[in-house]
Ligand binder design. Structure first.
Ligand SMILES: Cc1cc2nc3c(=O)[nH]c(=O)nc-3n(C[C@H](O)[C@H](O)[C@H](O)COP(=O)(O)O)c2cc1C
Length: 354
């Protein structure tokens, strides 16, 4: 059997309360103690809205809320890394405990509530990156809980970060900021995307830059709303959609005692729901949007299923809690083998193949 120091470290960290374990993980990554992934198979090289990726496996938002370790995570093998959610002003988030491992279910429930250091320190960290890793770094932007003008918060984050990151995710789907998900309703989404599109036009003209913009949605959407959301996003000229954030639903077969904790559920039990919603977005988008599949990916088979359901790339977070960062290379190798076995020479060829 191979000795994997990172798997051992992950197992030891699991004895600690999850937030302490996460803080220690970030510290170790900052100190350069993270894994250095071997090169991914060339078959996995792909594009996401014009961004070049070594592989389509991204780190989902929430792991690196304050942009402390994007390059360490790129070195660990992720093809792209999404930092945030960042809000204009720093905020403490909800009282602890607010992060729970559902070990029997290979799942996580969180109600962190956008705890983060705020926009200015996020920008400063991105500006002072030392060894830039081999992949894009995105900024996931949100609104402060006590904001009087939530759309204004998104516009501010977008404008301040415009030249500092490689792509944007507009997060309107966290269940842990009361009322935030109301921005997914028809009129609010039109207002939000319209204001951001206007700001984008001005910023493109002023800077010559044009980073891609994605919207991140919840998996708890009514089927009938999906077509309407797609049309709004296309009309605003956004590049794509991340499907999905955590769910407020609780599958009946959850085993863990923590299953009734309030917050968003992620990990294995989210896979089927988020992949089905992804498939519906793929059908509604008819090739007009880039889709990123997130929710319950912990194996190459699951990454491949998301791609075949319509994802151009995937993201994961919860699986790291159980398997540690060495997992990215394992998923990459398995995904490459599956593409090859089905006769696909690129990731792009397999997108939406059912
Ligand atoms: C502890 C935790 C914190 C998260 N924080 C954020 C966040 O700040 N912004 C966001 O858009 N998504 C956040 N997410 C959601 C993830 O980015 C991802 O969409 C979701 O967990 C599904 O993927 P997974 O099953 O691979 O974890 C968080 C997830 C977890 C587990």
């Amino acid at each position: 059997m191979n000795f994997d120091p990172y798997a051992l470290a992950t197992a030891s960290l699991r004895r600690l309360d999850p937030e302490t374990a996460h803080r220690l993980t970030l510290r170790a990554l900052q100190l350069g103690l993270g894994p250095q992934a071997p090169a991914h198979p060339p078959r996995l090289a792909t594009h996401l809205a014009g961004l070049r990726l070594n592989n389509p496996i991204g780190l989902a938002a929430g792991f690196d809320k304050n942009a402390e370790v994007p390059d360490a995570m790129l070195a660990a093998g992720f093809g792209f890394v999404e930092c945030g959610t960042v809000t204009p002003r720093p905020q403490a988030g909800n009282p602890r405990p607010r992060l729970f491992r559902l070990i029997e279910d290979q799942a996580v429930i969180n109600r962190m509530g956008f705890n983060n250091d705020g926009l200015e320190s996020f920008i400063a960290r991105l500006a002072h990156r030392k060894r830039r890793g081999p992949g894009p770094v995105g900024a996931n932007i949100g609104a402060n809980k006590d904001s009087q003008d939530r759309i204004g918060d998104y516009v501010l984050g977008f404008a301040r970060l415009f030249a500092a990151c490689d792509y944007f995710t507009v997060n309107i789907s966290s269940p842990n900021t009361p009322g935030l998900r109301d921005l997914q309703s028809h009129q609010a989404l039109q207002d939000l995307t319209g204001r951001l599109a206007e700001t984008r036009r001005d910023l493109v003209a002023a800077t010559g830059l044009n980073p891609p913009v994605l919207l991140k949605v919840a998996p708890d959407l009514a089927k009938d709303d999906i077509g309407d959301m797609v049309e709004t996003v296309v009309a605003a000229g956004f590049d794509g959609i991340i499907v999905s954030n955590t769910t407020v639903s609780r599958p009946v077969d959850l085993q863990s005692l923590h299953r009734q904790e309030s917050g968003g559920l992620s990990g294995k039990p989210l896979f089927a729901l988020s992949t089905e919603i992804l498939r519906q977005f793929h059908l509604a988008a008819r090739g007009r949007l880039i889709l990123v599949g997130a929710g319950g990916v912990s194996t190459g088979a699951e990454a491949y299923a998301k791609i075949r359901a319509g994802a151009h790339a995937i993201q994961l977070y919860s699986a790291l809690v159980y398997a540690g960062p060495g997992l990215v290379s394992v998923i990459g190798r398995d995904l490459s083998a599956r593409l090859a076995a089905d006769g696909f020479s690129t990731v792009a060829e397999a997108i939406g193949q059912g």
